[in-house]
Design a binder for this molecule. Structure first.
Ligand SMILES: Cc1ncc(C[n+]2csc(CCO)c2C)c(N)n1
Length: 220
């Protein structure tokens, strides 16, 4: 029976290129250049705005009131809580709201977010959740991976709070809810459908790796 883990196993190399990206390793070592992290944070503000549209699409793609409530909770979490937290966090890194609201969108950001939205528009709610999964679940996995490494540097690491946000209990509970949701839906599909989902999952994973690279290159 396919599971969320089978999706990862189907694109192991791409998954590792995302989870173990240089950007991630430099975060864990505390050696990442501040300007790269700032570039990443700024683009992530624009990413979160597009991500909230994806939850809006999930509301639209829902079949019943239970699915609508679940998608609406995702949308509200981003719009009412996470965007504000991100703005506060950016402030601590010297980035103002005025700057955030006047940013050009980097190509890697456009590619990833519009791909997610397109996968959801073409497909059904499961396709959309699979396109969002590297984002919703991958960050928790990569933060855990960082903490398991011998080179992990917690002491005096300027990125410690960022890492710990994604290893925290609250985030892991949300991540597990998403894994359970996906596993339930994957239990009822045939191998042809699974292969369609592998394509979406692999593409979204590759686009996540490109997002890290955009941070390292400070590219637009
Ligand atoms: C490029 C990029 N990918 C993934 C995340 C992580 N993330 C974004 S929204 C969300 C769920 C919370 O509603 C999570 C875990 C990010 N910030 N930026």
């Amino acid at each position: 029976m396919p599971s969320f883990q089978s999706l990862i196993d189907s694109c192991r190399d791409d998954w590792n290129r995302y989870i173990q990206h240089d950007f991630v390793q430099q975060l864990g070592k505390g050696t990442l250049a501040k300007s790269c992290f700032q570039h990443y944070l700024k683009q992530d503000y624009l990413f979160l705005i597009q991500f909230s549209r994806a939850w809006g699409l999930a509301v639209y793609k829902s079949h019943d009131i239970f699915e609508i409530r679940q998608a609406l909770a995702g949308l509200k979490a981003i719009v009412d809580v996470e965007l504000d937290l991100h703005i506060q966090y950016c402030k601590q890194w010297g980035i103002s709201i005025q700057e955030l609201d006047n940013l050009p969108e980097a190509k890697a950001n456009i590619a990833y977010t519009r791909y997610m939205l397109d996968a959801g528009q073409q497909g059904d709610l499961l396709d959309l959740h699979i396109a969002l999964a590297p984002c919703l679940i991958g960050y928790g996995m990569l933060a855990n991976w960082i903490q398991e490494q011998s080179w992990y540097q917690a002491h005096n690491n300027p990125y410690l709070s960022w890492i710990e946000m994604y290893t925290g209990d609250e985030f892991h509970a949300a991540m597990q809810t998403e894994i359970n949701w996906i596993n339930q839906r994957l239990a009822n599909i045939d191998s042809q459908r699974f292969e369609q989902l592998v394509k979406i999952f692999t593409n979204a994973t590759r686009l996540e790796a490109d997002f890290w690279q955009m941070g390292l290159d400070k590219s637009y």
